[in-house]
Design a protein around this ligand. Sequence first.
Ligand code: ADA
Ligand code: CA
Ligand code: CA
Ligand code: CA
Length: 204
Amino acid sequence: GGSSITGASCTTGGAQTTVNATIRVTSGTYDGGCQRFNAGSALGDGSQSESQLPVFRVENGATLRNVVIGTNGADGIHTYNGAVLDNIYWMNVGEDAMTIKSSGTTTVRNIEGYDAEDKFFQVNAASTLNVSNCIIHRAGKVLRQNGGTTFQINVTVDRCDINTMSEGVFRTDSSSSTARLTNSRLHNAGTVCIGSWSSCTQSG
Ligand code: ADA
Ligand code: CA
Ligand code: CA
Ligand code: CA
């Protein structure tokens, strides 16, 4: 596996902008034009503090594309009721990179992100998450279903390069959740399936 993994096509050298209030995407497509969006201090400092706000909040199936989250990542991107994230680059993940805040299907494709101290994807509601073509380097884990929760999530990760996880790839406390990793390249990625998954597989 592991062919045609290219990550994001935005580079990090574009125009920069400071985000002092979460940018909310409620319908249609928000195209960031590969600008670098740096969280201002009003959103947080990119530490492990849980009180930080996201740079973007994407709702109701709307699409966010062509975005670089700069070196203050704060609480990354939150999705509500499903969303599409396409061509997103996290230069230095803050508290986490992306959080599913309410139920729906979130599609994430053509992304890359670096230096998440703990989680990259955080899932806080029963939902479906489909990720394809990603590069995730240096994190605790690729995905965590919110600790202690037992709702069902269904996750697929296809064509990803996962390098240097201090803990592993997928972690849940739910015995109804499923995760599937396909066609991916793993290096020093820890344990693929951690916790009580109903089904958790790696192939390709
Ligand atoms: C931790 C914390 C949760 C929630 C989560 C998140 O798991 O215990 O309450 O804040 O992080 O969404 O980042
Ligand atoms: Ca957290
Ligand atoms: Ca970081
Ligand atoms: Ca968070």
